[in-house]
Design a binder for this molecule. Structure first.
Ligand code: FMN
Length: 362
């Protein structure tokens, strides 16, 4: 099976089946309501800077597609919507276009549709290791990218019949790429990044991670459906067993931030309140992928319509926590409840830092 046709399988399954994790970790974070916000709603400014450009809000439409003629239109609509909204966009893995040059325009069309926004290129870590750091320049050229995400997806590869599980030497490959002129973002794809992995990445010179933790799309889930379609019942069972494997998104944000990395929140970001919560525990931006897929099969307006409430709810969250600027969300008090609390306790984090000390420090 080619990279290109596998990509179509994934999109079809994501459009037709329930493919999300069985938990909603963001529900464990509760921002403390400020009955006296002491700011005017009209003065709220949701803008921020990312990769040298100004965004209207700290939002990215996450990496999904490109690499097959049938999905070019999806990419163009995502790009037009991101451009209209003034937010950033990630493209899906550019591997297919490296293998077949005729597919390049399914990616380059994104830059044509959105000349001014930050666009993030994408390649799998194993592919980077095999191709060497020079491949980054080709990826950047293809879409005039402002950064390149190197994705880690070993959970997915483990459940794929054709899965590529050669994970040795990846850190070295990332270290070489991080020495280049273009910012590298190390990105998971739904299983999160731990403190231990973040420490290694920081030492390798990586500055930005995109956590893509548990709570949203489950690749084990997607691959379970694929395995069922070809009658591989054992692999299907593996996909179901590992459906929600990994580190919940809020935990991953906190663990990566503790290593001094710039953090993009992703994996189950489903509204603007999740965006505000992400920023309150240390993320600089938040990203959503799966919820934009279906609208992008319709038209650009549908993507804008699906994305607009994120900005509106972020604004409301900022008003009710007394934040005029996005960066102030990093110091609002919140409580961490439930499984997320247990998890962080077990990992040695003192959660009073968020709930009590912040309020005292204000
Ligand atoms: C159809 C689809 C294709 C994806 N392809 C890629 C990819 O090529 N590269 C990548 O880094 N992530 C890819 N992802 C993962 C997303 O970028 C994101 O990390 C993940 O879906 C979690 O976010 P969500 O819960 O908001 O969907 C894909 C996701 C979807 C839904």
């Amino acid at each position: 099976m080619t990279t290109s046709s596998r990509k179509l399988d994934h999109i079809r399954i994501c459009l037709e089946k329930p493919v999300e994790a069985n938990s909603r970790p963001f529900d464990d974070l509760v921002l403390i309501h400020k009955a006296l916000p002491e700011i005017n709603e009209a003065d709220i400014d949701t803008t921020c800077r990312f990769l040298g450009k100004r965004l209207s809000a700290p939002l990215i439409i996450g990496a999904m597609t490109g690499g097959h003629p049938l999905v070019k239109e999806i990419n163009v609509r995502l790009a037009e919507a991101a451009s209209e909204l003034g937010i950033a966009l990630g493209v899906g893995s550019q591997r297919a276009a490296l293998e077949d040059k005729s597919l390049e325009d399914t990616f380059s069309a994104v830059r044509d549709a959105a000349p001014d926004i930050p666009i993030i290129g994408n390649i799998g870590a194993v592919q980077l290791k095999r191709s060497g750091p020079e491949v980054i320049d080709r990826l950047v050229e293809m879409i005039d990218a402002n950064a390149v995400a190197v994705h880690l997806n070993f959970l997915q590869e483990s459940i794929q019949p054709e899965g590529d599980k050669e994970a040795s030497g990846i850190l070295e490959a990332i270290e070489s790429a991080a020495r280049g002129r273009v910012p590298i973002i190390v990105k998971e794809t739904g299983a999160g990044i731990s403190l231990e992995a973040a420490l290694k990445l920081a030492k390798a010179g990586v500055k930005i991670v995109d956590v893509s933790g548990v709570g949203g799309l489950s690749w084990a889930g997607v691959e379970a459906y694929r395995a069922a379609e070809v009658g591989d019942s054992e692999l299907e069972e593996m996909g179901r067993l590992f459906w929600s494997w990994g580190i919940p998104t809020p935990v991953s944000i906190i663990e990566c931030k503790a290593q001094g990395l710039d953090v993009i929140s992703s994996g189950g970001v489903r509204n603007g309140l999740d965006v505000a919560k992400s920023l309150s525990v240390g993320a600089s931006l938040a990203e959503t992928a799966l919820p934009m897929l279906k609208p992008a099969t319709i038209d650009t307006k549908s993507v804008v319509k699906a994305m607009n409430p994120y900005i509106r709810a972020l604004r409301i969250s900022m008003f009710l926590t007394g934040c005029e600027e996005v960066r102030q969300l990093a110091s609002v008090p919140l409580v961490v409840l439930g499984r997320t609390r247990d998890w962080l306790d077990a990992r040695g984090f003192d959660l009073r830092k968020y709930s009590v000390y912040r309020e005292l420090a204000r």
